[in-house]
Design a protein. Structure first.
Length: 395
């Protein structure tokens, strides 16, 4: 016999946790399904932990609006709860005169998104702030920072559970069905050591790398509404010794990412990355969990030295050590324009009770609390049954 729960959230990464917490705080019965034995063990655990300002994204995009709103929410959340973070600021550096004009366009794009504290600095001003950085000019973003993402996720988990929500670990989704009758809209089949069947009013698919796959195994959801998944690995190298920077240092962005940038973590250690390494995989199963796909190839260091020395010529030989890697959950492939976040609900795909969160790469961490607000607003106080929804759509 299937067990009923009002709302099922698939994936206990940072976005899923933020959504589940928000819905539980609204009084919904929430159960999270996490395929691994702990929270945030995939993309949410393998990134730069940067609080982004909202500079790069097209005006009117969900990435832009959720990043700017999420940044403010995240700083407030961490401040109120004493969670570790650092509002250190960021410099986007132009290594050639040709890139200086690009800084102005980035500034204008940021201002279009509501980021109004940006300032272009001349070379001498940059050297006064960061003596080790060599550039022609830079764009200063004072509101950029870094956060302890694991502490943030633990806080979200704690508040979810305080509100009566729960997380089922080692509970992968196997398949699901949209129901056209009865009180519950969706049936979910859960695998693992204790397979079970759930019914729910709402299924929120926040499975990150596996989100397109989860959407593809939901019977009744039109296949053309599920984008193809692509996987872009990002490798990081740590710097041996003291960080030469007090701020984050970014090059002018490239097509598939923000370039090999320098991040200073909360322990004042410096690391560089990520680069872009496209992976081939028919299924996300081969990329989830620990394995050789997360190994950092020491041979990639040569390209790191070349990229970093464009803005830090003083990088010593042998100073970079392979650190870790992460995989970006993309929904466009190599050479294509970066895609916006996709939140696909009943009004988009025509199936009641299912919301898919697709392509949640950077700035997903920064945007997570704003995305939770968005999902909370979409659900509202909805209590409509599957039969009532289909009856209404027929009219």
């Amino acid at each position: 016999m299937a067990h009923f729960v009002d709302t099922v959230v698939v994936g206990a990464g940072v976005v899923g946790l933020a959504v589940a917490r928000a819905l539980a705080r609204r009084g919904r019965e929430v159960l999270m399904l996490e395929r691994f034995g702990r929270i945030g063990s995939v993309t949410s655990a393998r990134n730069s932990e940067v609080i982004h300002a909202g500079i790069y994204y097209p005006k009117g995009s969900l990435k832009a609006s959720s990043c700017v709103r999420g940044k403010a929410l995240l700083y407030d959340y961490c401040s109120q709860r004493g969670l570790p973070f650092m509002n250190c600021g960021k410099l986007i550096v132009a290594s050639s005169q040709e890139q200086v004009a690009t800084l102005q366009s980035i500034k204008e794009k940021g201002e279009d998104n509501g980021v109004n504290d940006l300032r272009i600095l001349e070379r001498e001003e940059v050297e006064a702030l960061e003596p080790q950085v060599k550039c022609c000019a830079a764009l200063l973003s004072p509101s950029t920072g870094v956060v302890d993402s694991h502490a943030f996720m633990l806080a979200l988990q704690g508040e979810l559970e305080d509100q009566g929500g729960a997380i089922a670990f080692n509970a992968p989704v196997v398949r699901g069905q949209a129901r056209s009758n009865g009180d519950a809209r969706v049936c979910v089949h859960v695998g693992g050591d204790s397979p079970t069947e759930l019914t729910c009013n709402w299924l929120i698919n926040a499975a990150g790398l596996a989100a397109p796959w989860v959407a593809s195994v939901l019977e009744g959801l039109p296949r053309q509404k599920v984008p193809k998944a692509y996987y872009a690995k990002g490798n990081y190298y740590s710097l041996q010794g003291k960080s030469p920077f007090s701020r984050l240092i970014y090059p002018v962005p490239e097509q598939a990412g923000l370039g090999v940038h320098a991040t200073v973590d909360l322990a004042q250690q410096c690391r560089f990355g990520p680069d872009v390494e496209w992976l081939s995989a028919e299924s996300p199963d081969t990329l989830l969990g620990e394995g050789p796909h997360y190994d950092v190839d020491p041979r990639r260091a040569d390209s790191f030295y070349a990229e970093v020395r464009k803005y830090w010529p003083g990088l010593p030989d042998g100073a970079l050590v392979p650190s870790y890697s992460g995989i970006r959950p993309k929904i466009v492939g190599p050479g294509e324009t970066s895609a916006d976040f996709v939140i696909s609900g009943p009004e988009d795909h025509g199936v009641p009770g299912i919301i898919n969160l697709l392509g949640f790469e950077s700035p997903g961490l920064t945007a997570s609390l704003a995305i939770a607000e968005h999902i909370e607003a979409r659900l509202g106080h909805d209590v409509e049954t599957a039969s009532e929804w289909f009856d209404r759509k027929k009219k």
